[in-house]
Design a protein around this ligand. Structure first.
Ligand SMILES: Nc1ncnc2c1ncn2[C@@H]1O[C@H](COP(=O)(O)OP(=O)(O)OP(=O)(O)O)[C@@H](O)[C@H]1O
Ligand SMILES: [Mg+2]
Length: 305
């Protein structure tokens, strides 16, 4: 406990040193000032019920295609499992979010330059800690994220599979939740369970379905129809179709090479699908008011725990 508080103070002190005039405002930010000082950032969580259905590939490749369209994209690796973003990209990460929470590093210092213009926060062990922060640490981390707003257009969060606490927290705080499914019974029932829990217990009411490893565009659409029939019948949610990513050997080869398929085979079917999806994201309407801001996301992450 004492250690926690000391760490919190150090984190806050580090932030104060970096940007002292902003600290007062960040600890108790007047909402009307946020819109003047910060620009809106799209916050998108990528989730799935079942593991191994393609979340990390979706996060990375959608991020790269959005970045090719001129967006400044930050990818947060919020999965503590083994198939982490850094492994997929062959990056050697030394520091992660937990070092920011400890006050050893600033958020900027742990952000890595990934391929294709993507910036990456290796969150790893920091993710669980984030759910246990005291008020002082919260203020430090909210401040740290808020400072990034001006440098970002999109934040993508690659979550862990299933309904772990960290997953629901990230989905609840995000503006958009992409649910990745494949055409396997377990993937579909687990996606349904995830949507059910998020809507019933965490007031998430809108989801976008991505059908991965689809045999054809029609196959992807069918998968969506299958799931949306059940959600319409039993849940009070809106489930929109985001699109299909085809089953693609190029993507598998790219994973082997630790290069995102959008860079390894930019004209492959899957890279093409990710490009179309990036265009769709740009057409999504932005939330009105405070929820369009990064600060709202981070504050929300800590609420209702
Ligand atoms: N469109 C696709 N075509 C072919 N294979 C794919 C496709 N998408 C994913 N895969 C395969 O599935 C594997 C798992 O993908 P990925 O690591 O992105 O899933 P994940 O949902 O992030 O997994 P985890 O739940 O373990 O984090 C990839 O290594 C790749 O072999
Ligand atoms: Mg993953």
């Amino acid at each position: 406990m004492l250690n926690d508080q000391a760490a919190g103070l150090r984190a806050l002190h580090a932030q104060q040193k970096q940007n002292s005039p902003a600290v007062q405002n960040t600890l108790n930010p007047p909402k009307q000032m946020m819109s003047k000082q910060q620009k809106p950032v799209r916050v998108i969580a990528v989730a799935s019920g079942k593991g191994g259905v393609g979340k990390t590939n979706v996060s990375v490749n959608l991020g790269i295609q959005l970045s090719k369209l001129g967006n400044r994209v930050l990818l947060m690796d919020a999965d503590m499992g083994l198939a982490n973003v850094d492994i997929m990209l062959g990056l050697h990460t030394k520091y992660n979010l937990s070092h920011v929470l400890d006050g050893q590093k600033t958020l900027r210092e742990v952000i890595m330059q990934g391929p294709g213009g993507l910036k990456i926060i290796p969150a790893a062990s920091g993710v669980r800690r984030m759910a246990q922060l005291n008020a002082m640490e919260n203020a430090g981390i909210i401040n740290a994220f808020s400072e990034l707003s001006d440098e970002l257009d999109v934040l993508i969060i690659d979550t862990a599979a299933g309904i772990a606490d960290s997953v629901v927290s990230f989905c609840r705080a995000s503006q958009e939740v992409i649910v990745v499914v494949t055409d396997e019974p377990a993937s579909i029932t687990d996606a349904y369970a995830l949507i059910k829990v998020l809507s019933r217990d965490y007031q998430v009411s809108r989801f976008r379905l991505l059908a991965n490893m689809a045999k054809s565009p029609a196959h992807g659409r069918q998968l969506y129809e299958k799931l949306s029939k059940v959600t319409e019948q039993f849940l009070d949610v809106s489930l929109d179709y985001f699109g299909a990513v085809p089953y693609d050997q190029s993507l598998k080869d790219a994973v082997q090479k630790q290069i995102p398929v959008t860079l390894f085979r930019p004209t492959s079917l899957s890279a093409n699908a990710f490009e179309n999806m990036a265009h769709s994201v740009e057409r999504w309407s932005r939330p009105q008011g405070a929820s369009g801001y990064l600060q709202f996301f981070v504050e929300n992450l800590f609420q209702g725990r």
